[in-house]
Ligand binder design. Structure first.
Ligand code: CA
Length: 226
């Protein structure tokens, strides 16, 4: 899951970004609204965490602009303004939830998962193929009901592949979904994640395999049972 974080206070921004990354989200963090909007146009995102008081644009206006790029994307407003009026304005402008500073990171994470789950109830949140299942909200993977221990990158990769079984996903698209912009780093990161995931699936006797389409990308297919 990719989260767009917009917060001009550096320490708060880094604290939220670090926490969410540790918990398995790809986070693109921005200080300014205009940069967030530009970032939103580059790659799709699953949720927005947004400060209201930004240096260049009002957070509510930014949210409306982001929704023209990605309609209905779930949004949580993080703000120091705790007046009832602000709160109502936030919710009326289409934010899904509201959290007032100072706040606990675990609470923010829980609320983020809750809005994702609500939106997810309108979409599919659990994918499965060949005995492998992935829950996009709890981020848990299982093989034949047993938990599969994956890093956050491997989990994100499995999620993308399971979402569209049999369909080839290009490397570009997978990289967009797996890596936030600032850590798009090494060219072999995706290949390395694919081989680790392959190994773990094989060790767990999953009846699926990740097929390489040379020069294009990867797809997940079900293996005929023995
Ligand atoms: Ca601010």
């Amino acid at each position: 899951m990719r989260v767009l974080l917009v917060e001009d206070h550096q320490a708060i921004r880094e604290m939220i970004a670090d926490h969410l990354r540790e918990r398995g989200f790809a986070v693109d963090a921005f200080e300014r609204g205009e940069h967030a909007l530009a970032g939103a146009r580059v790659a799709p995102f699953d949720a927005v965490v947004l400060d209201l008081g930004l240096p260049d644009i009002d957070g509510m206006q930014l949210l409306m602009a982001l929704r023209t790029v990605q309609p209905e994307v779930p949004a949580i407003i993080v703000t120091a303004r705790d007046g009832v009026e602000e709160r109502l304005r936030g919710l009326n402008s289409g934010a899904d939830d509201y959290i007032v500073k100072p706040f606990n990171l675990l609470e923010l994470e829980a609320r983020l998962r809750a809005v994702l789950r609500r939106v997810g109830s309108r979409r599919e949140t659990r994918y499965s193929l060949g005995g492998v299942a992935f829950d996009t909200v709890s981020r848990e993977a299982t093989v034949l009901g047993r938990p599969l221990d994956l890093t956050r990158r491997e989990a994100a990769l499995l999620e993308e592949l399971l979402r569209v079984p049999g369909q080839v996903l290009t490397k570009d698209r997978l990289e967009d979904r797996l890596y936030a912009m600032e850590d798009a780093g090494s060219a072999n990161a995706l290949e390395a994640a694919v081989s680790r995931l392959r190994r773990k699936l094989a060790q767990a006797h999953a009846a699926v395999s990740i097929e390489t389409k040379w020069g294009i990308g990867y797809r997940l297919i079900e293996e005929p049972s023995a």
